[in-house]
Design a protein around this ligand. Structure first.
Ligand SMILES: Cc1ncsc1CCOP(=O)(O)O
Ligand SMILES: C=C1C=NC(C(F)(F)F)=NC1=N
Ligand SMILES: [Mg+2]
Length: 217
């Protein structure tokens, strides 16, 4: 399972309706053609959908992923994830504890955002399947993002013996993705470089090229 997950995390596209120029379905289809390996539905922040509209969009995007054999992850909203039988959830520190999440999602994929060794230890003890670490570079996509820390915390986690799958996130583009991969992550996670692109397909292809021959180890 773990190696399968490492492969999945290579090019991890995250998107919500408010990250897109075109309609989300089209953006996702193009990103899939461009070679993304995992998708996270993150409907959050200014202008994002709620309630029934959010659920309908989740179902639509999940169907597109299913048809392409791409696993579908839901951010924050565990209830929605269970309702649509998603492949997994991603939670941050301000959401519920990883222990509580693991109890609710059972054997589904559980991703946790971690920013300190303490958070990493807690998340690992409670059964996280992968860590999201960032922001690596400056980002304006997440309104309450912490300051960018480069790849230092990624290296620190590996130095402290964390071999768990890790994905870097925050301000990642085709031009800097290779450097992130060399830092010891298993993959990169991207929102705006793909979701805002003129051609999400080309953006994903550009990222894919740079991460495939730059992975560490
Ligand atoms: C969700 C999230 N978590 C840390 S940075 C970030 C936003 C990443 O968006 P982008 O790839 O557009 O910088
Ligand atoms: C805040 C987040 C941090 N990391 C990730 C992921 F890339 F999936 F690990 N997703 C998020 N929503
Ligand atoms: Mg969250």
């Amino acid at each position: 399972m773990e190696d399968k997950l490492r492969e999945m995390l290579k090019l991890y596209f995250i998107m919500g309706s408010n990250n897109c120029r075109k309609d989300p379905e089209t953006v996702l289809k193009e990103a899939i053609k461009g070679g993304i390996t995992l998708f996270q539905f993150r409907e959050k922040g200014q202008g994002s959908l709620g309630g029934c509209e959010k659920k309908q969009l989740a179902v639509n995007l999940q169907r597109i992923c299913k048809e392409a054999g791409i696993p579908f992850i839901v951010n924050d909203d565990i209830e929605l994830a269970l309702e649509v039988d998603a492949d997994g959830v991603h939670i941050g520190q301000s959401d519920m504890s990883a222990g509580e999440a693991r109890c609710l999602v059972g054997s589904k994929i559980l991703g946790v955002s971690v920013h300190t060794l303490k958070e990493a230890e807690q998340a690992r003890e409670m059964g996280a399947d992968y860590f999201g670490v960032g922001p690596v570079f400056h980002t304006t996509t997440k309104e309450d993002a912490l300051p960018a820390s480069g790849v230092s915390f990624i290296r620190e986690l590996r130095k402290n013996g964390y071999s768990i799958p890790i994905v870097g996130i925050g301000g990642i583009t085709a031009e800097n993705a290779g450097d992130v991969m060399s830092s010891g992550v298993d993959g990169v996670s991207v929102i705006s470089f793909i979701s805002n692109a003129e051609s999400p397909k080309k953006a994903a292809m550009g990222l894919k090229e740079n991460i495939m021959h730059k992975q560490n180890g």
